[in-house]
Design a protein around this ligand. Structure first.
Ligand SMILES: O=C[C@H](O)COP(=O)(O)O
Length: 249
């Protein structure tokens, strides 16, 4: 079965009720490719508003979740709380959390496990910094990040994961990876899935690209055999997000 194209919109720490309402209403009214799975990720305070407003064919993701079920963890949100508020997805391991908030590979892997075990699907983000790319360490870095998750997840649990390859140097910089650069890393990730998880996972797990995706560059990126969609930051706040969702039509 072909992998369903997947486009995520990560609003990051942007928007208030009024602007988020307008983004969601715009998506509701737009003609979206029915073959593309769409998931939007507003700031935590607006998850319920977004879930209530968005059409049922649009998924909603938290931008983070904690690895413990409950307790004295000020400021954190549990998997159960996400499920309770009808949030079925979480973005985990975004480079902004890895770099700014110093989240480790192991912590990210534990959060991923907690999410999938609790019934929340995960957009699992990986990617190298500019320094790592220039030192030819891209594959080494993404493999290390993936191996940490593989230690926690059973082979079957990868069915609840979408892998987002986001080179840190391409995020919010306007410097998109070339189609060749994206395809090369995506193919290496698929090879890793095949060798480390299973042939079935290599066939079915979506690998999406993130980093300065726009309505201008999305179509060419979408032609690559191992690019199964996008994780979009800045452009997901704009009407052009609809064009990215429809990159394949
Ligand atoms: O989660 C999304 C990525 O960080 C990409 O952000 P960007 O599209 O603004 O470069």
């Amino acid at each position: 079965m072909p992998r369903q194209f997947f486009v995520g919109g990560n609003f990051k720490m942007n928007g208030v009720a009024e602007s988020i309402t307008s983004i969601v209403k715009n998506l509701n009214a737009a003609k979206l490719d029915s073959n593309t799975e769409v998931v939007i990720s507003p700031p935590a305070l607006y998850l319920t508003l977004t879930r209530e407003l968005a059409n049922s064919n649009i998924g909603v993701a938290a931008q983070n979740v904690y690895d413990k079920p409950n307790g004295a963890f000020t400021g954190e949100i549990s998997v159960e709380q996400l499920r309770d508020t009808k949030i079925d997805w979480a973005v985990i391991g975004h480079s902004e959390r890895r770099v700014i908030l110093k989240e480790t590979d192991e912590f990210i892997a534990r959060k991923t496990k907690a999410a999938v075990e609790g019934g929340v699907s995960v957009i699992f983000c990986i990617g190298e910094t500019l320094e790592e790319r220039e030192a030819n360490k891209t594959i080494e870095v993404v493999t290390r990040q993936l191996n940490a998750a593989a230690k926690e997840l059973s082979k079957e649990q990868w069915a609840k994961v979408v892998i987002a390859y986001e080179p840190v140097w391409a995020i919010g910089t306007g410097k998109v990876a070339t189609t060749e650069q994206a395809q090369e890393v995506h193919a290496a990730i698929r090879k890793w899935l095949s060798e480390t998880i299973s042939a079935e996972a290599a066939d079915s797990v979506r690998i999406i690209y993130g980093g300065s995706v726009s309505e201008k560059n999305c179509r060419e990126l979408a032609t690559q055999p191992d690019v199964d969609g996008f994780l979009v930051g800045g452009a997901s706040l704009k009407p052009a997000f609809v064009d990215i969702i429809n990159a394949r039509i």
